[in-house]
Design a protein around this ligand. Structure first.
Ligand code: GTP
Ligand code: MG
Length: 406
């Protein structure tokens, strides 16, 4: 695969923020050396987030995201501002573009607060240095460093292409690797064994294991631990054959109930989906989301969102099985709304709960974005797996081994 074929999900996403006319689009053009973005002296030229996949040395493959000004006004303007802030949930590195001749006001303060809360690497870019006095530039740089504790400040002129090389070097120096929780290596010590239950049924792919199963085995091996892989039918025999009980049993969620009957109470049992939700940092959100089911009231609206558009193949799980399960569990009269594929509502405020599919067809970045938007809006969110585990009475046991991370 050539570099140009790097899938967008794997590229570093650089979000470019700032007030109208600060020079966001001009900075994008200067950094890419191309006239990609429309630049004009009219306030609010960029009205929607614009995504451009690019190769920028020394950064490699990136996606640059141009956004509307954070100080846009009026009904449409406010929607644009909301969209711009949501782009933060897709951003690995944020650039805040400032016109050196204007100040640092509430829009910038809000952005700064959000990038800090979301732990996003961040550069403040002082633009239009070609039309500013040297003293003014120095004073502004000092304000950003001393008053706002901004570590990375670069002064540029997008128009004259001054400081653009330094800006690219600065961006390239930022660390965008987010630390992830391990898959299983913290739960099984070197020399200990985990039993993995992998049913081979019609939903299993031909001739191989699926990625989460492979990754779990690899994580155990990396940690000098052992994996014993079995189907449900041979699980009892496998357990009998051990001198000591295994450290943990991990099963496919679909088989959890059956497996729970075979695995003695004193042996920790969980599912691959719980381990991976924890690995991706989503577990606490999903567990809080499932708890919110207990607070649903008559007349509440619940959003059911699927990543893929082929409901049929999912056996109408989202349109029939999940709503029925929630109605039965809560005993409440609820309204359900549905979205599928790429669409996810901008305004989540009318929902009391969001129930999302596992995200099989959505990339991890898009899933993270949706979870972050739900968190921003203060709306609880759960996925099918955790919800079904709860209504089937198996969630509690599957969470016990990972209790410390919830
Ligand atoms: N002198 C000078 N003018 C600049 C510089 N960068 C941008 N401008 C001018 O500032 C105006 C706004 O630039 P844009 O790049 O469109 O700004 P923007 O932040 O994308 O604006 P919106 O899309 O409206 O939010 C244009 O007239 C640019 O020519 C610079 O470095 N020096
Ligand atoms: Mg613009």
């Amino acid at each position: 695969m050539g570099l140009n074929n790097t899938p967008n999900a794997d590229r570093v996403h650089i979000g470019i923020f700032g007030r109208r006319n600060a020079g966001k689009s001009s900075v994008i053009n200067a950094v890419t050396g191309q006239n990609l973005a429309i630049v004009s002296e009219v306030l609010g030229t960029t009205t929607d987030p614009v995504y451009k996949a690019m190769e920028i040395l020394p950064l490699g493959p990136v996606v640059l995201i141009d956004t509307p000004g954070l100080d846009d006004v009026g009904e449409l303007g406010e929607l644009r501002v909301q969209k711009a802030f949501q782009v933060l949930n897709k951003t690995d590195i944020a650039l805040l573009i400032l016109d050196v001749n204007s100040g640092f006001s509430k829009e910038e303060e809000k952005l700064l607060e959000l990038v800090k809360a979301k732990n996003i690497p961040f550069v403040a870019v002082l633009n239009k240095t070609d039309i500013a006095k040297e003293d003014k530039i120095k004073e502004f740089e000092k304000l950003l460093k001393d008053k706002y504790n901004i570590e990375n400040v670069v002064s540029v002129s997008a128009e004259k292409k001054d400081g653009i090389f330094e800006l690219k070097e600065k961006i390239a120096s930022l660390n965008t690797e987010k630390e992830k929780s391990p898959i299983i290596s913290d739960l099984v010590c070197p020399g200990e064994t985990a039993v993995l239950v992998v049913p081979i049924d019609e939903s299993a792919p031909k001739g191989r294991l699926i990625l989460p199963q492979q990754q779990t085995i690899r994580d155990l091996l990396d940690n000098n631990a052992m994996a014993a892989v079995t189907q449900v039918t041979t699980l009892a025999k496998a357990l009998e054959s051990f001198k000591e009980p295994p450290k943990i049993v991990v099963t496919d969620s679909q088989a959890f109930k059956e497996v729970a009957k075979i695995v003695p109470e004193n042996v920790p049992l969980t599912s691959f989906s719980i381990l991976f939700a924890r690995h991706k940092g989503e577990l606490s959100t999903l567990v809080n989301g499932v708890k919110a089911m207990d607070n649903l009231k008559d007349g509440d609206t619940v959003l059911i969102s699927e990543g893929c558009t082929h409901h049929r193949q999912c056996n109408d799980i989202g349109s029939v099985k999940i709503p029925n399960a929630v109605r039965k569990y809560t005993g409440k009269n609820l309204n359900f709304e549905f979205t599928s594929g790429g669409e996810f509502p901008l305004d989540l405020s009318k929902y009391s709960l969001i129930i999302h599919c596992g995200g099989c067809m959505l990339n991890e970045r898009e899933m993270k974005y949706r979870i972050a938007c739900a968190n921003d809006a203060g709306i609880p969110m759960v996925n099918y797996g955790v919800l079904l585990a709860q209504v089937n009475g198996i969630l509690k046991r599957s969470l016990e081994p990972v209790e410390k991370d919830i």
